[in-house]
Design a binder for this molecule. Sequence first.
Ligand code: ATP
Ligand code: MG
Length: 263
Amino acid sequence: MPLSQTVKKEPVAVEVKDLRKSYGDHEVLHGVSLSVAPGEIFVIMGASGTGKSVLLKHIIGLEKPDSGEVLIGGRSAFESSTHRDIVTAIVFQDGALFNSMSVYDNLALYPREHRIYDSKTIHEKVMDTLRILSLENAAQKMPSELSGGMKKRVAVARALMTEPQLLLYDEPTSELDPIMSATISELIATVSRQTGLTSIVVSHDRELSLSIGHRVGLMHEGNMTFIGAPDELKASKDPLVTEFLNPKINLENPRFRKTENGK
Ligand SMILES: Nc1ncnc2c1ncn2[C@@H]1O[C@H](COP(=O)(O)OP(=O)(O)OP(=O)(O)O)[C@@H](O)[C@H]1O
Ligand SMILES: [Mg+2]
């Protein structure tokens, strides 16, 4: 079964308008705006501590902005998180799997709890989703028995079981080797193509951003300093962009310091 049959609702557009957020007297977001078209893969890049995860929390409606707004399919993200008419799912950095449950039960949890399908249909959907992600042999495994890359795939599979219109990924390739990172990047692109859902990916990974992002937004110290297609990013003369694309720069470092062997 193609993935598209698991997604019933239309993908949504995302509008972030002049978002400001402070914690105490520290303003983390200084008026961030962006718009993501239905079905688009939008990658948010930026060094550590620039506010990417805080922005993501506003998009899933976990945080309320001081001013500005986030609209998902035209509705306030903060308000729509309380009524479930638009389904947004997130793949957390660590996978956030339930360690006491098998892979199968991790996937079946959401449809069982929400009673959206009978048990036979749930079984079929779990097995189809596992097959699509090449995880059919892992159904009865516990999360502790999986490699890092498999855990990420299970996390994507579990998110897909909610049949989301918007799928967010926080650092999907962190802590993976380059080959597994490329596999996960390709998986994000495949899921997007097959389901048509809207994807927002937060990542330090330059390869991922340039290869799968339809557009990329670069965050710097709480501002969205550049938004454009990968080719526009590569062609940009903006010093913040060129510095960012320099492979000698360690993006995990908040101050863009050069890596130890960088000259
Ligand atoms: N709940 C909170 N209370 C206070 N400060 C916070 C809170 N959440 C985030 N911050 C601060 O906001 C800033 C941005 O944090 P955020 O987690 O968004 O960074 P990031 O860009 O996701 O970094 P990384 O790439 O390391 O994940 C940091 O200075 C952080 O300490
Ligand atoms: Mg983060």
